[in-house]
Design a protein around this ligand. Structure first.
Ligand code: NAD
Ligand code: UDP
Ligand code: UDP
Length: 315
């Protein structure tokens, strides 16, 4: 739909900046709210001159009063390095942030989208993961602030839906990569590309046999917009990700090949509670959104490597 006024929380982050861009291109006004913890004005500087775009520096753990038609709630640090830096704030962002965005949506009778995560499945015993799987999450570990915060946010979304008849859209996002990822956030794709481009040892945690399924950012954003446009009775949760699974060692070799790097492999200990395998079952997204990812890892990595090359040259 075009001509809407849309709030994007976490809009100055990796996914948020792409979403703001996409919503503006679709003929909407966008209010981007971000406290710039992991995001920055740099990711949205090219949008600041657009009169339909407004940036507000604000922490969503505090109430927010704006007038909008739709809300995409993306605010939350996504990489373990950052979400573990201040774990209490991470939980507050997911839980208090969700309450505030749901309260806002309730007052405005606005549709509200939640960026949930594959981490709600924890270290899964069911593979690939369908939405019906309840997950295997440690509630006490270093990842819990993120995983349990996101699980509680889902609970709040469904309770506001049942209790206040709010139209909600819950997306469970699997590992996504692409241009504008933060160079220093410690995620595997950015780490490996930077290490390969600078010929530093590639840091493989554990034996490299753990798996992830990597979705290119453009594919994911397309799914966000389609999900927001589904009929009011479709709430999700719906898995969004690329179901093609790779081991971390395979990812390292692909990046070394594409960059022609002379980097060696450096095996380091696996972090606590690191999921051993992860791959979305996207049957629900296929049937309800008529969506599946189009950009293969090889192609997406090419774009991402080109982006990081530019970043390194600009330094
Ligand atoms: P990101 O860290 O680049 O973006 C998050 C943004 O939220 C940042 O701009 C940050 O400054 C902002 N933020 C954090 N706390 C805030 C607060 N209290 N108030 C206002 N703004 C705040 O991460 P991303 O990869 O763009 O992720 C966006 C969303 O998608 C997150 O909710 C994340 O949990 C979810 N997600 C991402 C992935 C992925 O692979 N990228 C996977 C699963 C889920
Ligand atoms: N809220 C907000 N903006 C609004 C409306 C509500 O940030 O436009 C916040 C408000 O601070 C409240 C929360 O959302 O704490 C939940 O609102 P709700 O109406 O569900 O609950 P209540 O106000 O009764 O606590
Ligand atoms: N990983 C790695 N080397 C790195 C960064 C991450 O081997 O330099 C591994 C990490 O242990 C995990 C996988 O890559 O098994 C994905 O990590 P990331 O932090 O990108 O995402 P998440 O664990 O949240 O899926």
């Amino acid at each position: 739909m075009s001509g809407q006024r849309i709030l994007v929380t976490g809009g100055a982050g990796f996914l948020g900046s792409h979403l703001c861009e996409r919503l503006l291109a679709g003929g909407n006004e966008v209010i981007c709210v971000d406290n710039c913890f992991t995001g920055s004005r740099r990711t949205i500087h090219h949008l600041l001159d657009d009169h339909r775009f407004e940036f507000i520096r604000h922490d969503i753990t505090f109430p927010l009063y704006v007038e909008v038609d739709e809300i995409y709630n993306l605010a939350c640090p996504a990489s373990p390095r950052y979400y573990q830096q201040d774990p209490v704030q991470t939980t507050k962002t997911s839980v208090h942030g969700a309450i505030n965005m749901l309260g806002l949506a309730k007052r405005l009778n606005a549709r509200v989208f939640q960026a949930s995560t594959s981490e709600v499945y924890g270290d899964p015993h069911v593979h690939p993961q369908p939405e019906s799987y309840w997950g295997n999450v440690n509630c006490l570990g270093p990842r819990s602030c993120y995983d349990e915060g996101k699980r509680c946010a889902e609970t709040l979304f469904f309770d506001y839906h049942r209790q206040h008849a709010l139209t909600i859209k819950v997306a469970r996002i699997f590992n996504t990569y692409g241009p504008r990822m933060d160079m220093d956030d410690g995620r595997v794709v950015s780490n490996f590309i930077i290490q390969a481009l600078t010929n530093q040892p590639i840091t493989i945690y554990g034996d490299g046999n753990q798996t992830r399924s990597f979705c290119y950012v453009d594919d994911l954003i397309e799914a966000f917009v389609r999900l927001m446009g589904t009929p009011a009775d479709f709430t999700g949760p719906v898995n969004l990700g690329n179901p093609v699974e790779f081991t971390i060692a395979e990812l390292a070799h692909e990046i070394i090949d594409q960059t022609g790097s002379s980097a060696t492999l450096n095996y380091l200990p696996l972090p606590a509670d690191d999921p051993k395998q992860r791959k979305p079952d996207i049957a629900l997204a296929r049937s309800t959104l008529d969506w599946s990812p189009r950009i293969a890892l090889k192609e997406g990595l090419k774009q991402t490597i080109a982006y990081f090359e530019q970043c390194l040259q600009a330094e």
